[in-house]
Design a protein around this ligand. Structure first.
Ligand SMILES: NC(=O)c1ccc[n+]([C@@H]2O[C@H](COP(=O)([O-])OP(=O)(O)OC[C@H]3O[C@@H](n4cnc5c(N)ncnc54)[C@H](O)[C@@H]3O)[C@@H](O)[C@H]2O)c1
Length: 357
């Protein structure tokens, strides 16, 4: 049995607690210690885990193999440089950096130090995303022309550092990074030729809380990513978000709702190109566009529902860590997402589409 991978966590807020819980529950990992610049955040650190008096103490701890950086977004750059200088392997939370320039600096420091470096993009394992990717990869929808990836949160729940630009706040950084990463790596070999984006501050003064992004891929797909935190709902006890995917191809459509996906595939038994339809009467009069397809041509299929879970990120990490260090989330991939977010901001600022790759 291999030795445990010994981890120090930097930043014990919401996500630091989540990491501590998950890594403690998994075989092959030991959370050795936790640091936070706010001592109050260390008060509930569990028995048997060190409470470091400073980040430096964590970086200097000979018991630590991997430093897991879970601090505010604007802290990632400096913390990665410090951990690399101390010779520690590093996993950094998303968004890995505030911009491409910062990431290039971090990548250089990590290379020079010869340490391992990857990013926590565990939402590549979300079952809703994996289900959609499986549908796309299976080819069952024929030539896919649209993929829509949408998340709406109710009643505007951003607060604390998330509402300040200087801290790396805003929804593009927070969730956009996941949704764009999912789109890019649904078809990893396709290039994004152009980007058009609307980015708004609906109720926040500094940072975006709504975006709609259109990505033109060279494989024929137009990807649409939309998110808003201010979609009002009156049944908060039942649900606080809406999560939707749609994929359309010339042979069928796929609908997926929720993070634990529900939905269906609706397919044609043969291509519905130029079928001799008939005029249909609707309440508004005759239509030649929305009439029913010929009998028997539409079939409904079950989704190939994925059962991946976030823990799988760490299982794969441990394998790569003990093997050749080829992590699933590669730094050039995270750089591409950061560059795309810069193009999104430029398009939103200018109101024009931006050529990308
Ligand atoms: N992958 C995911 O699904 C996911 C989910 C939530 C948050 N995150 C990421 O995790 C990071 C933290 O987010 P959060 O929601 O836990 O925020 P948070 O505010 O709850 O926690 C951040 C903690 O980091 C500490 N901190 C800040 N700067 C520090 C520094 N220089 N040294 C030591 N401690 C420092 C703060 O005191 C705070 O306790 C962000 O990068 C965020 O994007 C990722």
């Amino acid at each position: 049995m291999a030795d445990d991978i010994k981890v120090a966590i930097i930043g014990h807020g919401f996500m630091g607690h989540e990491h501590e819980k998950m890594l403690t529950a998994l075989d092959g990992y030991q959370v050795v210690g936790i640091a936070d610049r706010d001592p109050v955040q260390l008060e509930d650190v569990k028995e048997g885990i060190k409470r470091y008096a400073s980040n430096e103490e964590a970086f200097a701890d000979p018991d630590v193999d991997v430093v897991l950086i879970v601090a505010n977004n604007n802290q990632h750059h400096d913390l990665v440089l410090q951990a690399a200088a101390a010779g520690k392997d590093i996993v950094c939370e998303k968004p890995v950096a505030m911009n491409v320039e910062e990431l290039d600096d971090m990548a250089r420091a990590v290379d020079e130090a010869g340490v391992k470096f990857t990013v926590h993009h565990q939402r590549r394992l979300d079952p809703d995303y994996r289900t959609m990717k499986e549908v796309y990869d299976s080819g069952t929808l024929g030539d896919v022309f649209t993929v829509q990836n949408k998340l709406y949160g109710f009643n505007g729940n951003m607060h604390d550092w998330h509402v300040y630009i200087s801290e790396g706040g805003g929804m593009l950084f927070d969730w956009g990074v996941h949704l764009l990463d999912q789109m890019l790596y649904m078809f990893p070999d396709a290039k994004v030729t152009s980007v058009f984006a609307d980015l708004r501050n609906v109720i926040n003064f500094e940072v975006d809380d709504y975006f709609k992004i259109l990505l033109r891929f060279d494989n024929g797909v137009t990807g649409e990513v939309e998110l808003g935190t201010y979609f009002l709902a009156d049944k908060m006890d039942q649900k606080w978000f809406e999560r939707h995917w749609f994929m359309g191809g010339n042979k069928g459509s796929a609908y997926v709702d929720g993070f634990f996906p529900e939905g269906k595939i609706v397919r044609t038994s043969e291509l519905l190109a130029n079928v001799g339809g008939k005029r249909t009467m609707t309440a508004a009069g005759p239509t030649r566009s929305f009439g029913p397809p010929p009998e028997g041509r539409i079939v409904t299929e079950e989704l190939p529902v994925a059962t991946t879970k976030h823990e799988d990120y760490w299982t794969a990490y441990a394998e790569a860590y003990r093997g050749d260090g080829d992590f699933d989330v590669k730094i050039p991939q995270t750089r591409r997402v950061l560059a795309l977010m810069e193009a999104v901001r430029e398009s939103a600022r200018t109101g024009k589409s931006v050529d990308f790759e």
